[in-house]
Design a protein around this ligand. Structure first.
Ligand SMILES: [Zn+2]
Length: 146
């Protein structure tokens, strides 16, 4: 006898939830399409310029320096730096060139000043090390006061 009433009540509640969710996701989607197009044109303009970044030489690197013609070698003991250039010719990506960091400076920064500090892995490692040092300092201060 009480079989009929709870069944339809539950299914009715369930069908209401997806409808409101669908309306909520639809509204921001239409508004976000406008800034998306303006952002795309901005980034393509920024990447059409040749640019240079400083990077650590990776193990197994097999590129030659565009300035002196010698291999940009990885050496475990020396943390060699290289300059990687993305070269754009008349607004179109053309090629990548590698330089020893010293050679790039010697050549007079031909593709603009090489950007340093975009190596996020290194930044994260440095931040972690600083955090550890702070913790150690706080711990030793605590030990002294106790
Ligand atoms: Zn070189």
């Amino acid at each position: 006898m009480p079989v009929g009433s709870p069944g339809p009540d539950f299914s009715g509640r369930c069908s209401i939830i997806p409808i409101t969710l669908g309306m909520a996701t639809k509204t921001p989607a239409t508004t976000s399409s406008a800034p998306k197009t303006s952002r795309a044109s901005k980034t393509s303009a920024a990447t059409r310029k040749s640019r240079a970044v400083v990077r650590d030489v990776e193990a197994g690197s097999s590129v030659d320096c565009s300035h002196c013609g010698e291999r940009v070698k990885f050496q475990a003991k020396v943390r060699n730096k290289q300059v990687i250039c993305n070269i754009y010719v008349s607004g179109k990506w053309n090629r990548v060139e590698h330089f020893h960091q010293a050679c790039y400076e010697e050549a007079g920064n031909p593709f603009g000043e090489a950007e340093v500090g975009t190596d996020y892995r290194r930044q994260a490692a440095n931040a972690a090390a600083a955090e550890r040092a702070k913790k150690l300092a706080a711990e030793s201060a605590e030990a002294q006061s106790a």
